[in-house]
Design a protein. Structure first.
Length: 239
């Protein structure tokens, strides 16, 4: 395998490698200047051909390949793969759920390429250790109003043809990733109330996560005009 050592590597994961409809993905990857793409997927499909030295599939063909894909899809990585990652990069394995098959595979591929490197320090994402003074504003709303807004948004999506879009995507063989989209399976089953319920639960989890952010300034937007909310945030940032 020939590697470009003066460039980093980005793993591009797709369920199938690679339908002709995903030409944009290949074009984007080829346009990167600082990174080289390495394509990883469950299986090959008729479409865009990819070089063997920059792509890898779980299902390499035949019955053995299909069984390996099924094992990864439903049973997760093998214990040997998890142990192998721990032996090669214990810091990486510590941050990955042992049952997260996609991330285990990606980490091993990066390790094989020599591109798996520990971070320089602790992550500063969503922390107060920022390069410039920053106000982190979290927008909240009274729960009843929030749920009414979510329900109205779902109704608007249905009126705009979301149900038909989901059915067309299903008929065209939507990927597992697409099917995980919020409301996909509910709309496919005609369960509009189920979609609203799942969206409300998701919003509740988001609020719980947001309130735990270090230094977050919570702003209640209930029954307020966006301009008034923006003015409050700007005044806080200038204080």
């Amino acid at each position: 395998m020939t590697l470009i050592r003066d460039k980093g590597t980005i793993v591009v994961f797709r369920i199938q490698l690679l339908p002709i409809s995903e030409t944009f993905i290949v074009t984007q990857a080829a346009a990167m200047r600082r990174f080289s793409p390495f394509f990883v997927g469950w299986r090959r499909t008729a479409g865009i051909e990819l070089p063997e030295d920059t792509s890898w599939t779980v299902d390499g063909g035949g019955l053995a390949g299909r069984l390996r894909e099924l094992r990864f899809r439903y049973a997760g990585p093998t214990r040997a793969q998890v142990a192998r990652l721990r032996a090669r990069a214990e810091w990486a394995a510590a941050g990955i759920d042992p049952n997260d098959r996609q991330r285990i595979v990606r980490a091993l591929e990066l390790a094989d390429l020599g591109e798996l490197e520990p971070p320089a320090g602790e992550s500063q994402l969503w922390s107060e250790e920022l390069r410039h003074p920053t106000l982190l504003a979290g927008l909240t709303m009274e729960r009843e109003s929030l749920y009414e807004t979510i329900d109205a948004r779902v109704d608007a999506m249905l009126a705009a043809g979301a149900r038909e879009q989901v059915r067309r995507a299903h008929a065209a063989g939507a990927s597992q990733t697409a099917r995980k989209a919020l409301g996909f399976e509910q709309l496919l089953a005609g369960d509009v109330e189920g979609m609203k319920r799942r969206t409300r639960n998701y919003a509740k989890r988001q609020l719980t996560w947001m309130r735990k952010l270090a230094g977050v300034r919570l702003v209640d937007v209930s029954a307020r005009e966006p301009s008034a909310v923006a003015r409050e945030i700007l005044l806080d940032s200038a204080a």
